[in-house]
Design a protein around this ligand. Structure first.
Ligand SMILES: *[C@@H]1O[C@H](CO)[C@@H](O)[C@H](O)[C@H]1NC(C)=O
Ligand SMILES: *[C@@H]1O[C@H](CO)[C@@H](O)[C@H](O)[C@H]1NC(C)=O
Ligand SMILES: *[C@@H]1O[C@H](CO)[C@@H](O)[C@H](O)[C@H]1NC(C)=O
Ligand SMILES: *[C@@H]1O[C@H](CO)[C@@H](O)[C@H](O)[C@H]1NC(C)=O
Length: 716
């Protein structure tokens, strides 16, 4: 990069010294200046990315080099801003010179890097140090009297059932968070100064400017008002299932949601499944069986990207990335076309599968933006928060859970899906809702609370505990005073509002394609691939235009901007289901149709087990059969956790069951005699469980039949 930069500076100074000042030359002069500034930015980006990478992989000097680079970046960025400002004096940009105008604007108002040097250094030191500590601490409590790492904490949290242990896990995480007083006194107020440096009076206006949407926070409030009823219903349903009818409507402690700060409730899905959770259990089991975590999840995502006709990802990604660290995935960008790496985890789960899809699509987004000739550094890496950059990858992850995509990936066969399509859709909606609705709420809560604190509308004595209070009212969650300090957006004073709007827009994109489909059964993925120019055109633009201007083209509508209806339409089935659960109609008939011919179990398939896992929770009364199956159920789980602590119930059985497995020979060879003994017991128990399930199923069907007869009689 250096040689070309110096070449350009020669060109630049030649122009400068030639002394001519016609307006064409003025423009050329400005363009050369902007090019030069951008090249220097690329240099900085490269060095920062390398330093960040070394920090992420735990190199010995990682953190100190990263701090150095990040500090230098602020100083550099301030300098460049004044260079461009000087370059502009005496020159007015032509009104039709859009691209140059855009570049100049982005360079003149780079956001937080305009802070005075001491303040910028304070900000990055706080954030970098805090994230480093969270990432590399080994004193987390995993509930088994042993200190553990963040990755182990994440997976233990997902599996732990004991309330006390969940609580102490969360506490151990909180001990590694930075100091709340320091944050409130030294870091958060920097936002006021950053606003001033960028010529805004209030932080709210500054954030509107960073997300490039006028009245963004106001709009978000309006959108949320219309989504809140669904959130409340989901919350009530979760309370009902986790704690019973008395808890409905009261704040839920986040550790019961197996979450550290309540922004994602996915870990409790198994407690919430409706009566026929086949699609969840089958997909979950197949994800384990096919080991679709880590690099495999990314490879599956790339297959889908190719199906959409958007091409592959750069090959270097696979060799240079790390897939056995922590989730959610972190993308690292060297700001050169096509040098992006990812740090992700290898754990297999629904959420990680979805997040791998989003991350892969974000990389694709960057690649497509970079390929487009006009996208120089500042138009790719603008210090702005674009909702389209969140929404398109989010939309893509929704496509990954589309029935046709699930079928092609071998996760759930289409013909079985079609048999109870709406019921299966409902289950999938529940899965995505547990991730997206709490996130929407958290994003807005965090932004609103920060604005409130900054406006001084909370009495000083109450500030320290005000986050907890705010979450209780706004989110109906019981959190701690400090748990938001685990999020990088909080640590670096970034607004969530762009992510909030991205989540809204993601469902609008989905809706815009889905409503053009001829029938609900058509292949949405194929349809999107045939009409992918809406998406690829948007991605090509990068930050060349502000994102709200692109929304209409992206959605192919005349509607103006963001609407909550995309989201509420998407969750219609879930909404109905929640209504019925919270206020059961007297004549509750189940629209699930039992398959006429039981599908022939595929290799390793264990439909019966899934029934057992859920039936006991549905059954009422305390017959000895229920007791027995519960006892077996828990004993069985203990056994399974002995077999393999890493994977969850359904998956383990499928993977470790040597009776059916043909391609697992390596595993079984390595298994000890002890394991065989346990497997023997497992098979015996499994047979007992199947028998019980069949009996329970018969009783259940019989009861249903009786009810049906009774209904028919009463109608007659
Ligand atoms: C974990 O580490 C902390 C100190 O880092 C120590 O106080 C605590 O006793 C350890 N816990 C266990 C279970 O080893
Ligand atoms: C904001 O800037 C003012 C003036 O430069 C300074 O006195 C104040 O300490 C800054 N705020 C913070 C939180 O550093
Ligand atoms: C992750 O994988 C790399 C090789 O790809 C290996 O060197 C490293 O030890 C692994 N780390 C962990 C924590 O398993
Ligand atoms: C941007 O690209 C288009 C075609 O791709 C070209 O016509 C236009 O001149 C370019 N603008 C700039 C400023 O490079």
């Amino acid at each position: 990069m250096r040689p070309s930069a110096s070449l350009l500076s020669i060109y630049f100074y030649a122009l400068l010294s030639s002394g001519t000042s016609s307006s064409g030359d003025d423009r050329r002069w400005l363009v050369a200046l902007v090019d030069l500034v951008e090249l220097d930015y690329v240099d900085h980006c490269e060095q920062r990315a390398t330093a960040t990478w070394n920090e992420l992989i735990g190199s010995s000097k990682g953190l100190s080099t990263k701090l150095e680079r990040d500090k230098a970046f602020g100083i550099f960025s301030r300098q460049q801003t004044s260079e461009v400002k000087r370059g502009l004096t005496g020159y007015t940009l032509a009104s039709n010179d859009d691209v140059l105008r855009r570049k100049v604007k982005l360079l003149l108002q780079p956001g937080d890097t305009l802070l005075e040097t001491e303040q910028w250094i304070r900000l990055v030191t706080f954030g970098d140090t805090a994230l480093h500590r969270l990432r590399f601490a080994t004193n987390y409590d995993c509930g088994n009297n042993r200190n553990c790492t963040l990755r182990e904490l994440q997976s233990s949290l997902a599996r732990q059932q004991d309330e006390e242990k969940l609580m102490s896990m969360k506490k151990s995480w909180e001990q590694n968070l930075p100091n709340m007083n320091e944050y409130l006194e030294q870091i958060l107020p920097l936002l006021r100064n950053a606003s001033k440096e960028n010529n805004y009076d209030t932080v709210e206006e500054y954030w509107d400017f960073l997300v490039e949407y006028e009245g963004a926070i106001l709009k978000a409030r309006e959108l949320w008002d219309n989504i809140k009823p669904l959130y409340i219903k989901l919350h009530k349903y979760v309370s009902l299932r986790l704690k019973g009818a008395d808890a409905v409507g009261k704040p839920l402690p986040v550790h019961l949601l197996k979450s550290l700060n309540g922004d994602d409730w996915s870990n409790i899905i198994e407690s919430l499944l409706p009566q026929h959770p086949a699609v969840y259990q089958k997909v979950h089991a197949n994800l384990q069986l096919k080991d679709l975590g880590g690099i495999n999840a990314f490879k599956t995502a790339v297959n889908l990207i190719q199906e959409l006709g958007l091409g592959e990802l750069e090959a270097d990604l696979w060799t240079d990335s790390i897939f056995n660290s922590t989730c959610p995935p972190i993308l690292l960008d060297w700001c050169k076309p096509n040098k992006v790496r990812v740090v992700s985890c290898k754990d297999v789960s629904f959420v990680n599968y979805v997040e791998a899809h989003e991350a892969a699509m974000k990389i694709k987004y960057k690649e497509i933006a970079a390929l487009h000739s006009n996208n120089t550094y500042i138009l790719r890496e603008a210090p702005r928060y674009s909702a389209t950059f969140e929404a398109i990858p989010g939309f893509f992850s929704l496509l990954a859970l589309n029935p046709h995509a699930l079928s092609r990936t071998g996760l759930f066969p289409l013909d079985i899906f079609s048999y109870n399509a709406n019921h299966h859709r409902l289950v999938l909606q529940l899965i995505t809702a547990l991730r997206d609705l709490p996130k929407l709420n958290f994003y807005l809560a965090a932004d609103e609370w920060r604005l409130k604190v900054l406006m001084g509308s909370i009495p000083y004595s109450k500030i320290a505990s005000s986050w907890r209070e705010f979450r209780k009212d706004f989110s109906l969650l019981e959190t701690s005073d400090v748990d938001l300090l685990g999020d990088p957006y909080i640590l670096f004073n970034k607004p969530f509002i762009g992510k909030f709007m991205g989540l809204i827009l993601k469902y609008q994109i989905y809706h815009s394609f889905a409503e053009e489909l001829i029938s609900d059964e058509s292949d949405l993925v194929q349809y999107v691939s045939e009409n992918n120019e809406r998406i690829s055109d948007t991605m090509m633009q990068g930050f060349g235009r502000v994102w709200p201007e692109m929304v209409n083209d992206l959605l192919a509508t005349r509607e103006n901007g963001l609407e909550y209806t995309g989201l509420t339409d998407y969750y219609r089935l879930l909404d109905d289901y929640l209504d019925k659960q919270l206020d059961p109609p007297k004549d509750a008939s189940d629209d699930y149709v039992e398959p006429i011919t039981e599908p022939i179990p595929e290799e390793n398939e264990i439909i019966e087990f899934s029934e057992v896992n859920t039936e006991p929770t549905v059954k009422k009364g305390g017959t000895h059969e229920d007791l027995l199956s519960n006892v077996i159920d828990t004993g069985f789980n203990d056994l399974l956790s002995k077999l393999d602590a890493e994977t969850s119930t359904v998956g383990v059985l499928e993977i470790k069951n040597p009776v059916h497995s043909g391609d697992q020979s390596k595993d079984t060879k390595e298994a000890s005699y002890n394991t065989y003994w346990w497997i023997g017991i497992a098979v015996a128990l499994a047979i007992i469980i199947i028998l019980i399930a069949i009996i329970a199923r018969k009783r259940h069907n019989h009861r249903k039949q009786l009810e049906r007869q009774r209904r028919e009689n009463s109608h007659a």
